[in-house]
Design a protein around this ligand. Sequence first.
Ligand code: GTP
Ligand code: MG
Length: 166
Amino acid sequence: MLQSIKVIVAGEKTVGKTSLVEQYTMGKFSGQYSHSLGLNVTTHIAMAGSRPVKLELWDIAGEYFERTEFYRGAAGCMLVYDVTREKTLQQLAVWNNMCRSTIPNAGIMVVGNKIDLGFRFPEKWAEIFANYAHAPHLTASARNGDNVDQIFSMLAKLAIQSIEKK
Ligand SMILES: Nc1nc2c(ncn2[C@@H]2O[C@H](COP(=O)(O)OP(=O)(O)OP(=O)(O)O)[C@@H](O)[C@H]2O)c(=O)[nH]1
Ligand SMILES: [Mg+2]
């Protein structure tokens, strides 16, 4: 049986969490904004090196960051901001604290989405935050698919490392 791994996709409203998950799992970008209600859970088979695993992707709607029951049991956390809105990067500090306190062993990564639009504030600020969070920093575009497979593979890898460390 495939190992099932829970990971969460977190970040402010409209940063593109649902779009990233859709691009990754279905290879499509709708371009429509439909605000997520609470939580979407999608499963997808991912490769962890040469080993297939079942990734359970918990896509948490922007305003539900305080719902600790959504975090429990997750081995990985993707903190997503929008490269055009600095505020969404600042808010990741709050999500990061929630992750650290609720799921202290989880692997964390920081992702700047909408890179097709380009940074509208210094990328350095995102690097500083990622350093502080001891997390790798990558950019991606749910719109054109750039780096989307790579960020989810890395999330799977970080999650597996965190499970194996226990
Ligand atoms: N240009 C561009 N637009 C994007 C990208 N990803 C998402 N969007 C747009 O940004 C808006 C919000 O995307 P969603 O994926 O719904 O955002 P979300 O983070 O799930 O938002 P909530 O469910 O409210 O928390 C939509 O209009 C998307 O089409 C991207 O990579 N590039
Ligand atoms: Mg959503």
